[in-house]
Design a protein around this ligand. Sequence first.
Ligand SMILES: [Zn+2]
Ligand SMILES: [Zn+2]
Length: 248
Amino acid sequence: MSLSLTVLGSSGMFGTLERACAGYLLESDGDRILIDCGAGTWRNLLEHIDYRSLAGVILSHRHPDHVSDLFQLFHARRYGQKESLPEIPLWAPAETLDRLCGFAKELDQAFVMRSVSPGDSIQQAGARFSFYSMAHPPDTVGVRIERDGVVVAYSSDTGPSGDLEALAADADVFVCEATLQDSDDEWEGHMTASQAGAAAAHAGAKRLVLTHLPPGRDPGLSLTQAHKTSGDSEVQLAVDGLRLEVGS
Ligand SMILES: [Zn+2]
Ligand SMILES: [Zn+2]
């Protein structure tokens, strides 16, 4: 049994020609869940799968760099074929669902809205998805996915006081935001690469994948800074198209 996570977008704040905003495709023995759907991820999604095969969508919070391409998926499922496709679940904090429906109230014609809070967990696609509280100004959840002892964790956006140790405890893969570098001013709700490295080490994560680096940063420097604090955790950079396979 295995999990795989494909990076659809690894940029923070806004995308570039090379990198879309936040988005990940989780596959659990053939079932597919989209986690976050920022600008540019829709086109990248189409490179990997037929959108009609998605079993559900999880959005971590309402910021545009994590949700804006949801409207493309909505239009495709609603209007992309003669008959609208059946609704699929859309899990997100209640605040996120409210904002999205404020923009397009007919979203419920393509999605079944399911609000999630820290402490909730759902069983889907043969895996357990558990939600943790992250330290980011809007209501934000981190997502931990477990299947047959295999664990993938995703921090979304968070400061270092998010519930990262529980989120990523003994994770095989921990995809963690690293918006900042050591010389940057502190920015509430985000972390440096060094802090991401320390969080991975504390949690006992086997592999740390740094993501949400804003355009213009030197990714090599982020990698170096994370290495200094990551202890036994291996560290690598997220890039669009990277596929992380976990389990047998
Ligand atoms: Zn973000
Ligand atoms: Zn955010």
